[in-house]
Design a protein around this ligand. Structure first.
Ligand code: 5GP
Length: 174
């Protein structure tokens, strides 16, 4: 663990809080009187997801999935499951909660996998999107911030395991 904490703020704690609340309000108004399953895509989404669900007022359950595709700052392009959901999702309203969509390969793999499960509905909520980096079209239904092509850390996002605890989003190596 050699990480220095001197990282400039890219998206402030306050701005994140405001946007997370807005995303939850969108979800609340779209799912009135319906139950949802929030699927938290580990590890990077754990803080975002924890904050988001505390502003969601419709009944929900939380599942965790974990996929592997990244080493250092580059996607390997090959995606596989480390952890899958533990309950049947047939007939359920599912919202995938992701930290960041970069090339889109990881979430595209998960979306395809979820579409095979006979869900009632499937939506994607991502805190961040690097639109310029997309290698594949990804429908982000609830988006926090569209950001430029920088490797970001903090608020759950890491660089080789470090920096996840930062309360804001910073740029690694800036
Ligand atoms: P994709 O398959 O869309 O290229 O990558 C998605 C995953 O890569 C994210 O869930 C995240 O774990 C990781 N990732 C992509 N860009 C960044 C970044 O800028 N910072 C960090 N910390 N992780 C990233």
């Amino acid at each position: 663990m050699t990480a220095s904490k001197k990282i400039d703020v890219f998206i402030s704690k306050e701005l994140i809080e405001k946007r997370v609340k807005e995303l939850a309000e969108m979800i609340n108004s779209e799912y009135q009187n319906q139950e949802i399953i929030i699927v938290c895509v580990l590890n990077g989404s754990f803080i975002f997801c924890a904050d988001l669900v505390r502003h969601i007022t419709v009944p929900l359950q939380i599942e965790m999935v974990s996929l592997s595709s990244y080493e250092g700052t580059e996607s390997t392009g090959e995606v596989s499951f480390r952890l899958d959901v533990r309950q049947s999702l047939i007939g359920k309203n599912v919202i995938l909660v992701e930290d960041i969509v970069d090339t889109g390969l990881t979430i595209n793999y998960l979306l395809k996998h979820m579409k095979l499960k006979n869900l009632k509905s499937l939506k994607l909520c991502s805190l961040l999107l690097k639109r310029a980096r997309l290698k594949i079209e990804v429908p982000v239904d609830y988006l926090g911030f569209d950001i430029e092509d920088k490797f970001v850390i903090g608020y759950g996002l890491d660089y080789d395991g470090d920096y996840r605890e930062l309360p804001y989003i910073g740029v690694y190596g800036a």
